[in-house]
Design a protein. Structure first.
Length: 372
């Protein structure tokens, strides 16, 4: 693992050199882990497990007493600094020690309040440091996964799919969305998940027309869509799957919607290869859905990257400017959402390969109608 992190740091430092930044402060938890191995998690947005400080020659991990021992064990390449009064108050001394003149920071993770505190603390300490907002420097390295990462993602996906196979018999008449969501989460944990990638979605009938529905008390009815969206975390990496099921026999509407989504997904996956525009892959699926009579019923992007975060670059959407490259792991999840009836979404994970695409899922995306 140390060699892997050293290789990542080499790429990262090259980016710093190009931007003429002498010190970079890493605050995003996934980026900290990626560049150091430190797994400390931020429990909420205004509470941090620490920050990395990376220069051309030095590596420091600043944290508090809760994480000091963990940091020393998990990030042996870094000098551990234990702050007592909080990061923003002790930042001037850290920067003075590092002889920092230009500090890059991740603006996506630094609040305006924290930024103002840093400015004031630097002023109070008579320290002349230029703050440079930096966007996606680490993320641009993370976007392409190596085979070690892909193997862990496959394991996370295997756990999620295993949980599904054990859980499917829980779908019985009168079960509620909340109960079904919990049954899925329990099975993933028992299958080996370290955590959930995100709160499990279980949505029945009209509720399934909400792409990010929150499971409630609605009970499943015969013949209505059952939309499930779930994912397991393993060794920090996420998986993400959606399937749409049915209790009973599918009627003509369900059959048409489901088959349209399934074929749209197949066409989009076939279009994926290195060098293709991400927006084109979205277009392929969207065009098929619209021509099938469901214009404006596919209401989100086709997919997104998955790794240490469940939603990360690249995006498969009409707004994306990305060209796909080998090593990128993305979801392909077309959907059709009809108010007052429900929705169908089918989601697989794929990795872009030099010669095309590899579907990582083993779980069928065919129509799953369960006996009532």
């Amino acid at each position: 693992m140390i060699t892997i992190i050293q290789n990542r740091l080499q790429q990262f430092r090259k980016s710093l050199f190009e931007k003429k930044i002498d010190t970079f402060m890493v605050l995003v938890a996934e980026n900290r882990r990626y560049l150091s191995g430190f797994t400390g998690e931020d429990t909420q947005f205004d509470e941090s497990a620490g920050a990395l400080f990376i220069t051309e020659t030095k590596l420091c991990l600043a944290t508090d007493a809760r994480f000091e021992l963990q940091a020393k064990i998990e990030a042996p390449l870094y000098e551990t600094i234990c702050y007592q009064k909080g990061l923003t108050r002790e930042l001037p001394q850290i920067l003075r020690t590092l002889e920092t003149k230009k500090l890059g920071f991740e603006s996506v993770r630094l609040s305006y309040r924290q930024y103002q505190q840093i400015i004031q603390n630097l002023k109070d300490e008579h320290l002349n440091v230029e703050l440079v907002e930096s966007i996606d420097i680490v993320e641009n390295i993370r976007v392409k996964k190596d085979e070690t990462e892909i193997d862990v993602i496959k394991k996370a996906l295997m756990i999620a799919e295993s949980g599904f196979k054990n859980f499917i018999h829980s779908i019985q008449p009168e079960i509620s969305e909340k109960e079904l969501s919990w049954a899925m989460e329990k099975q993933m944990r028992e299958a080996g998940a370290d955590a959930l990638s995100f709160p499990t979605i279980a949505a029945f009938g009209p509720n399934s027309a909400l792409p990010h529905a929150i499971p409630g008390s609605r009970k499943v009815q015969i013949g209505e869509p059952i939309l499930l969206d779930w994912g397991a975390k393993f060794n920090g990496y996420c998986s993400d799957i959606s399937r749409t099921l049915l209790l009973g026999r599918p009627d003509d509407i369900f059959q048409k919607v489901f088959e349209t989504v399934r074929i749209a997904q197949h066409k989009a996956i076939e279009a994926i290869r290195p060098g293709i525009d991400a927006k084109w892959v979205d277009h392929v699926a969207r065009k098929y859905i619209e021509e099938a009579g469901f214009k404006d019923k596919f209401i989100h992007g086709l997919g997104h990257g998955v790794g240490l975060s469940v939603h990360e670059a690249p995006r498969l959407s009409s707004l994306s400017e990305t060209k796909l490259e080998a090593g990128m792991v993305v979801t392909v999840e077309p959907g059709i959402y009809l108010p007052d009836w429900g929705g169908v979404r089918i989601e697989n994970m794929v990795v872009v390969r030099e010669d095309g695409v590899e579907v990582l899922n083993k779980l069928s995306n065919e129509n799953i109608a369960l006996g009532a």
